[in-house]
Structure formats: structure tokens, C-alpha cells
Design a protein around this ligand. Structure first.
Ligand code: PA5
Length: 438
């Protein structure tokens, strides 16, 4: 299996009777999800890998081929669910030698990132992929406006039109309207797939295909995880079991989950997980707060707290069994005191570090769950995405919150509109200015 849960790793912190009780709840909630009876039916991601259709998939591949021929730099202009999944895929799987440089912009309002991006638009052959489901998010909208104007000045409006791709709602929003009016190539983000669940739609598939990743293999990996295998107890199916075990820990007061990878290949996955879990769970005063780390690097920074600080967090190790590359210490003597490592590989040492940390932290009172990834194949990435999307959906239901909305994000978005002077937000703007001045 490309991804599996080491359920035994939770054992010292979770009693069998607690698991039995929670398993009954999982068995009763599971059908709600798979039969699409959950809140607002925003569960299109659950079977999208099998219903994407040849037209969309072939379209993604064809456009990606054109970008690979025509561009030195491919910009993904988006934020949150519109960028983090693609970032995760590219950091995990890498890009091939024929791929253009792939850059992410529109993720913040800092001028620094944009200054460099605008310079690239002036001097290199670029393609812009603007990604926004709502079409109303300030950060990517501002970045896109500036990039587009610069591109039009650099290559002329007709050529700029060929170099812009919009990925957005099928019919609503300003971005869709612009795409239609300008004749840009465009892709749909399905209505029933929310932003943070959209990595396996054209949102993530196009950047992956531009990078030279076989998106059909990614989707095949996801399909294999779409449902519990025939005849399996839903409570014993790994994504559900992971959601259940961490929920039991939550009920015991462990309110922070530290996702840890032991390779920079998983840093993007960590950032994607942070958003997926925080936005899906953190509402109505509930939810596990997700944080991320990279070991062994962070054992030399936050390791002290994890081992010995206040007991409020648990860890989820993402262990990658095969990074696809390795380095071996030469079998030669040196005076550095490390001769016992002669002939040993880095992958082996990293694994010993993982086990050493696992035992030390558990002995320090930190529950450690382990999720094992077989390799860095496209199938493994697809399976990982489906694993965690299913887990977080069930997890939200266990918490009694709607995992598919994000009212907190909307509150910030509205305040920003008001402070920036968007028409229609005048009263809110005045109230905010009064609060700031008070
Ligand atoms: O999960 C979500 O819906 C959000 O994180 C969005 O992805 C994010 O706010 C960006 O929104 P949009 O794609 O509408 O620009």
C-alpha cells in the first residue's frame, strides 16, 4: 500500500475500550460521508478522481504540453487551497528537466515577492495560471492584476491572452467573467469541491502536468483510497481509523497536532495539511490546532518543548520509506569520531533518528502516531491526498462541525475589503476604523 497507518503506535495512549466506543460512532457517521449526505454536499472531491472525464484530463495535459514548450517560468497565482496543494505535489514529486521554473505568487500582500515576479514577466517567457474559486480573493486578484498589466505591456494584448490560464468556478465570479470576455484558456473548479479539497482537480493537476508529473498516476493513487476496501469495517479503514484515534486524543486534552516529516520533500505536504485541518476543524470553539515541523532539523529547536514542555500536543510522523535517492558514508577512517557510521546510508540513519525520537517522545508523555508512505511515486501522492481529505472530513463530523466551510476566513476577507475601501463595505470600514482608533 502506498500509504498506511501504524495504528499500534497510538496504543499506550488509547485504551481498547475507548477505541471500541469511538468505532461505533465512526460506523454510524461513515455512510453520511460516502453517500454524500454531509453538510452542503461539498464532497465532490471524494469521487472526482474517477469522474474527472477525458475532456478535462486531456485538456490539462495538452495545455501543460504547450506551457512546457512556450514558457521559461510558469506562475501559479493563488492562495490557500488554490496554491498549497500544487506546492505540496511539486515539493514531493519534483519537476523534470524539460519543465519551466514554477513559481507561486499572490499568497500574500508583501511587495517583495511581487517585485521579483514582475521583473520575470518583463524579461522572460512566462505563462500565468490564475487560480481562484471565488474570484474575489484579494491577494491573488491584486497580484494577477499587476502581472497581467506587465505582461500585456511586455508582449502585447494578443500574445498576453495566449499566456493566461484561469482556473475558477464554472460559471460564477469576476474571474470566470473575465476569462470568458478575454477568451483565456480556462478550467473549472467543480462546484461541489471546496478550495482546500481541490488539489486533484485542475487546480493542482495543471501545475503538476507542467512539472512533468504523470497526473493519471496521481489520480489512480487517489482512486485506490476513495473508499474502504469491499467488506472492510469502516472503523478499521486507515483514514477513518486515523481520524478516530486522533479524536480520542483530542477528547483527552491533546489539542495540538504536530505533523512531522523527516525530509524537505514533505514540507509542502505539511503546509497543505496545516490548512486542510485548521480550516476544516477550527470552528465553534473546537478543533485540533495543526502545526508542522521537519525533523531532525527541528529537534534542535522545538524538540526540547516536545520532550519536556507542557503536555498538550501529540505528533503525527509522516515517514517516507524511500526518498528515491540515498548517500552512503565512505568506508574510510577519519578523525571525527564517527567511524562507526562507515558504509551506512543516510536513509538508514534517518530511520534510526525517527525511531529514537518516537521512543523518546512517547516516554516523555507525547502520543506519536505514524503514517507510512511507501515512496515518492505519483500514486503515493494521490493516495496521501485522499487519505487526509477523507480523514479530515470524518474528523469534522466527529467534532460536530461542518468541515467544508470556513466562516473565519470569510470574516477576515470582509474586513480587508472594508479597510481597502471596496464599495458596499463603507459602514463596516467606518466601524473598523473606530475600533482600531479606540
Ligand atoms: O479552502 C478554502 O476554501 C480557502 O482556503 C480558499 O482556498 C482560499 O481562501 C482561496 O480562495 P479562492 O480560491 O476563492 O481565491
Amino acid at each position: 500500500r502506498p500509504i498506511r497507518l501504524d495504528a499500534a503506535s497510538y496504543r499506550p495512549f488509547v485504551a481498547p475500550e475507548e477505541v471500541e466506543r469511538a468505532a461505533d460512532v465512526v460506523r454510524s457517521l461513515h455512510p453520511t460521508l460516502v453517500e454524500r449526505r454531509s453538510e452542503s454536499a461539498m464532497v465532490g472531491w471524494l469521487d472526482y478522481p474517477s469522474r474527472i472525464g477525458e475532456e478535462t484530463l486531456g485538456g490539462v495535459e495538452a495545455i501543460a504540453e504547450r506551457v512546457r514548450r512556450d514558457a521559461d517560468v510558469f506562475f501559479v497565482v493563488g492562495v490557500g487551497g488554490s496554491s498549497l496543494g500544487a506546492r505540496a505535489a511539486l515539493e514531493f514529486l519534483g519537476r523534470d528537466a524539460a519543465a519551466p521554473e514554477i513559481r507561486f505568487v499572490g499568497e500574500d500582500l508583501s511587495p517583495t515577492s511581487l517585485v521579483e515576479a514582475l521583473e520575470a514577466v518583463r524579461t522572460r517567457r512566462v505563462v500565468l495560471n490564475v487560480v481562484s474559486k471565488s474570484g474575489t480573493t484579494t491577494e491573488p486578484a491584486v497580484a494577477f492584476r499587476l502581472l497581467r498589466e506587465t505582461l500585456e505591456t511586455a508582449v502585447g494584448p494578443a500574445e498576453a491572452r495566449r499566456r493566461i490560464i484561469a482556473t475558477t468556478d464554472p460559471s460564477g465570479g469576476a474571474l470566470r467573467a473575465m476569462a470568458e470576455a478575454e477568451g483565456w484558456t480556462s478550467f473549472d473548479i467543480p462546484r461541489d469541491v471546496g478550495g482546500r479539497f481541490s488539489v486533484l482537480t485542475p487546480v493542482g493537476l495543471l501545475p503538476m502536468a507542467v512539472a512533468g508529473i504523470d497526473v493519471r498516476r496521481v489520480l489512480a493513487g487517489a482512486r485506490a483510497l476513495m473508499a474502504a476496501p469491499e467488506g472492510t469495517d469502516p472503523a478499521a479503514d486507515d483514514p477513518n481509523r486515523y481520524a478516530m484515534l486522533r479524536h480520542i486524543l483530542y477528547l483527552k486534552g491533546y489539542a495540538i497536532e504536530l505533523f512531522v516529516g523527516f525530509t524537505p520533500r514533505l514540507s509542502g505536504v505539511g503546509a497543505w495539511l496545516r490548512q486542510l485541518f485548521a480550516e476544516s476543524e477550527g470552528k465553534n470553539g473546537r478543533g485540533i490546532f495543526p502545526v508542522t515541523g521537519k525533523y531532525t532539523t527541528d529537534l534542535h529547536s522545538i524538540g526540547q518543548y516536545v520532550q519536556d514542555g507542557r503536555r498538550l500536543l501529540f505528533e503525527t510522523f509522516l515517514w517516507l520509506e524511500d526518498e528515491g535517492v540515498d548517500v552512503t558514508v565512505p568506508d574510510r577512517a577519519a578523525a571525527d569520531g564517527f567511524d562507526y557510521l562507515r558504509g551506512r546510508s543516510l536513509q538508514w540513519m534517518n530511520e534510526q533518528a525517527m525511531w529514537g525520537t518516537y521512543v523518546a517522545h512517547r516516554n516523555g508523555g507525547v502520543p506519536v502516531g505514524r503514517i507510512v508512505l511507501r515512496d515518492r511515486s505519483p500514486e503515493a501522492f494521490g493516495a496521501l491526498v485522499m487519505f487526509f481529505e477523507r480523514a479530515v472530513a470524518l474528523s469534522g463530523m466527529l467534532l460536530g462541525v461542518n468541515p467544508f466551510d470556513q466562516p473565519g476566513v470569510e470574516a477576515y476577507k470582509a474586513n480587508l475589503f472594508a479597510l481597502l475601501g471596496r464599495p458596499g463595505y463603507e459602514a463596516r470600514g467606518e466601524a473598523l476604523q473606530a475600533e482600531i482608533a479606540a
